[in-house]
Design a protein around this ligand. Structure first.
Ligand code: ZN
Length: 73
């Protein structure tokens, strides 16, 4: 029973992680304070350590991030 619970919890964690990644339409750079569309050139270039995911544009704005001038999210 314990093993079953652990595998259910692990599965739920994996699903949650995937859902977060898939729903993140925007990425912010905590170093520059800018946010981008997920497929922006700069989003791909940024250091993964500075990378923050946002599911909505408002979320990024509310956290004090400014839109990228290149991809104009
Ligand atoms: Zn951008």
């Amino acid at each position: 029973m314990r093993k079953f619970l652990i595998s259910v919890i692990t599965f739920a964690a994996i699903v949650t992680t995937f859902a977060t990644v898939l729903s993140a339409a925007y990425v912010g750079n905590s170093n520059t304070g800018k946010f981008h569309y997920y497929d922006c050139y700069f989003a791909g270039k940024m250091n993964p350590n500075n990378r923050i995911s946002f599911s909505t544009r408002d979320e990024a704005i509310n956290r004090g991030y400014t839109p990228c001038k290149r991809c104009k999210p």
